[in-house]
Design a protein around this ligand. Sequence first.
Ligand code: PLP
Length: 457
Amino acid sequence: IPGTTFTGPLTFTEDELAGIRAESVRAYELDRAHVFHSWSAQKQISPMVVSRAQGSYVYDGEGRAFLDFSSQLVNTNIGHQHPVVVEAIKKQADLLTTINPAHANAARSEAARLITERTPEGLDHVFFTNGGADANEHAIRMARLHTGKHKVLSRYRSYHGATALAINVTGDPRRVPNDHGDAGTVHFFGPFLYRSEFDATTEAEETARALRHLERTIQLEGRDTIAAVVLESIPGTAGIMVPSKEYMQGVRELCTRYGIMYIADEVMAGFGRTGKWFAFEHFGVVPDLVTFAKGVNSGYVPLGGVVMSNAILETFADRSYPGGLTYSGHPLACAAAVATLGVMESEDMIENAATLGETVVAPRLAAIAERSPIVGEVRGVGMFWAIELVKDKTTREPLAPYGGSSPEMDAIVGKLKAAGILPFVNFNRLHIVPPLNISAEDLNVGLDVYEKVLVEG
Ligand code: PLP
């Protein structure tokens, strides 16, 4: 079967390499002349040209292979260029490339069926968006209209997207320059024992204190003003802090008790990343709204969406939903989703992620943490892991400041890249987030590099 069996890098002929180099030189020059990059000071960047990709590897402008331990932005859950999905996109392109979303279409209907087959009973309808930020915007709009309330609670150390409201609910330093303070958003501290805001020393203490803090926030903000709590089931970009089952069940219970919609942001953690279809399944909770993007079709064509409960659906049974997007449920994106969910299932990718996470990543990272002087903590599940780097294991001072970088961090990233790894880096953390269908051999090749860099320096 293609996909899971891609192991090791491609080799190129001299002619192919010459072609790759020529096109990449031009790509770089035009990029610097005309492309404006996200989250960057435009004069300070030197973007890597990605010329080709297949399976778990990407190739730079020289044709040099990099093992993709980032899955790009944690979205290529089935690896790059899966032939079944590429073929499905081509086939759809021949049939129908775009429709007004007011129409029905086979690709969108089938994608909606397959997605809701995987969400809990009672969450049976999908509103499609173009990505994760707009999925969160729409979920919040639905919650506000459904409850007739306006405030939204979200945690510090979270990421929910870069559009106006999504960046306002985001709880990381990138919110600050974008925060105009007019969106009715309130932040609270979630559980994160390693850097506890509650002076807790055990997981049970952290859970109890974080729940009490959330309840007090709800009470003091006024239960009649709060439409929704939006929460990544496992915060991703902010550090892969796996919460306890008791915390998540407590959040669900507080939302129910105070008439608040619980929005599970599954944009990064969903579609197999944690070894289950959705990360909230680890905690036995059922949200009112689920937002998704990325892994739904591995990002081959932009797609996101909101799955809503039947109670929310009912709000809009005889009342028009005031929102829409020209490309909602785009045929190419939905055809890619149908094929992606198919290969994830037929090639046992989610089981692969769960098993390799438990049997390879967990023990190897634990061994690295034991031996490395700068690894403060490792945590995660499935193909979703964070390595917390510190200057000193006792003080836990981060190797780079929250929201910034440091020469020490840059040096580590440089060594990983020089050894052929494309890492995911966030402030003082390295995230281990390769495709779900990475082979055990490739996974170990990559982890050998992390071990060498973090243990031997
Ligand atoms: N929510 C989470 C949890 C994310 O990780 C992201 C992106 O990384 C988003 C929302 C935003 O998604 P997008 O970049 O597709 O708008």
